[in-house]
Design a protein around this ligand. Structure first.
Ligand SMILES: [Zn+2]
Length: 272
């Protein structure tokens, strides 16, 4: 079911990790950001759109993780975009075949893989998504995944955060990057710099938040990354006893990040 979160901006939720597909109404069809996860959910979205008399004019994937690279035939054949680095990374990871990726990532059975990752990389430094609708600014940064983009829809006061600023998931760093901690802190600073007039924040997973949530979540994510950097125990509500029901696995993600960073520190000879 589509739910309006701002004028001309709607969200379609998934059962999988409380994922959010975002629909932006344009002049001739909609922009669909991170289309969804399960086949029946995307078919439901396609149906909701056709009941509204809308077609999909363009798609966008915020980053090259499988749960943001999906599509369904019922959504049509609109061009699907991502940043150049996102598209190159997706192509690279899928070069060994979709089945290998599905197995390695443990992709659930209900997820249709035939249209996975078929995105067009926008030229580096592209400032806006090319489509006929409200301007959608691409705020690219290196933090959670290569070529990750948050999207700012200024006319609607909406920030689509991709896998940043979630109320259920801790910052998940790109541990293959040269300096994942610094990258993440820089990305949070970049988003903070553009988020001044935002009224609605939509994370890739979790709940949408109002203006008061934006700085609260930036601060919460920054505090988590600082704790990770300094190997302090983070007092983070998303892990530990205060984690929401069904989200206790996030503590395991934290432990793995801590371990990987410690191993890197030993390898580089830098204390962490
Ligand atoms: Zn992700």
């Amino acid at each position: 079911m589509l739910r309006q979160v701002a004028e001309g901006v709607l969200v379609h939720g998934s059962e999988f990790c409380q994922s959010n597909a975002v629909v932006v109404q344009g002049r001739a069809g909609v922009l669909l950001i991170d289309a969804g996860i399960h086949g029946d959910e995307m078919a439901c979205l396609a149906n909701d759109l056709s009941e509204l008399g809308q077609t999909v004019a363009a798609g966008f994937s915020t980053h090259p993780h499988w749960d943001h690279l999906l599509w369904h035939a019922g959504l049509g054949a609109a061009p699907r975009y991502g940043t150049a680095r996102c598209a190159a990374t997706a192509r690279d990871r899928l070069s060994g075949g979709v089945d290998a990726v599905a197995k390695a990532a443990g992709i659930p059975e209900q997820v249709p893989l035939d249209l996975l990752g078929l995105i067009i990389g926008l030229p580096a430094e592209t400032a806006q998504i090319p489509w006929d609708g409200p301007q959608v600014r691409i705020v690219e940064h290196q933090a959670h995944a290569p070529g990750h983009a948050a999207l700012l829809i200024e006319e609607r006061g909406v920030l689509v955060a991709g896998d940043m600023l979630s109320d259920v998931l801790i910052p998940m760093l790109d541990l293959n990057a040269a300096d994942p901690i610094e990258d993440y802190l820089a990305a949070l600073g970049l988003i903070e710099g553009v988020a001044g007039d935002v009224d609605v924040l939509i994370p890739g997973h979790g709940s949408a938040g109002g203006a008061d949530q934006i700085h609260a979540r930036i601060d919460q994510d920054r505090a988590y990354v600082h704790a990770l950097r300094d190997a302090h125990v983070p007092g983070d509500p998303r892990i530990g006893p205060s984690a929401r029901d069904g989200w206790d696995w996030v503590a395991g993600v934290h432990e793995r990040q801590l371990q990987r960073l410690a191993q890197r520190g030993e390898r580089d000879g830098t204390p962490r």
